[in-house]
Design a protein around this ligand. Structure first.
Ligand code: CA
Ligand code: CA
Length: 169
């Protein structure tokens, strides 16, 4: 009888063993930043079913996209207003996000693609944007950035900005 009680006690004790672990052992999910060499002062956090990370080092849009891809994600994949609130919540300076305009676009506002290359359907443009204001780049201002208030502007892809990556949990 005492032996049976002891077995039950041990089994019960084991069930809570990993409750405080950084990685959830049941789902395998984790939300950790890219390596420090790629992402300065990172803030990695879960929001709206997605892992987001802000990186304060400045990179061109292509270089930032490569860092996010190496991490297993994208430049911030913002699909709706909730996603936009998630991404904007930790941004303190204008930062690259996922949308990029096709080189075949015929105006400032058409043919915007999400970070996967599919036509984007959600936008949060600042009043007067996108405007192709910089005439010095082929196609003019074909990459989207996020301002700290949650609005977007189109900007020159070769500019060096902080960036936001995302990936599914
Ligand atoms: Ca453009
Ligand atoms: Ca602009």
């Amino acid at each position: 009888m005492l032996a049976w009680i002891g077995v039950a006690f041990l089994a019960c004790g084991r069930r809570n063993f990993n409750v405080d672990a950084d990685v959830d052992v049941e789902t395998g999910s984790s939300c950790v930043a890219p390596p420090a060499a790629d992402c300065m002062a990172p803030q990695a956090y879960e929001c709206n079913g997605t892992c987001w990370v802000t990186c304060e080092n400045r990179a061109t849009r292509p270089a930032a996209a490569a860092i996010c891809a190496e991490w297993g994600g994208c430049l911030a994949d913002i699909r709706n207003a909730d996603d936009n609130n998630c991404a904007a919540s930790r941004v303190t300076d204008v930062s690259w996000i996922g949308p990029q305009q096709s080189s075949t676009a015929t105006s400032a506002s058409n043919q915007w693609l999400d970070c996967h290359g599919n036509p984007a359907s959600y936008f949060a443009w600042h009043s007067g944007q996108p405007d192709d204001a910089n005439p010095n780049e082929d196609g003019e201002e074909n990459c989207a950035d996020l301002e700290s208030g949650g609005t977007w502007t189109d900007a020159t892809c070769g500019a060096a900005l902080p960036f936001v990556c995302s990936r599914p949990l």
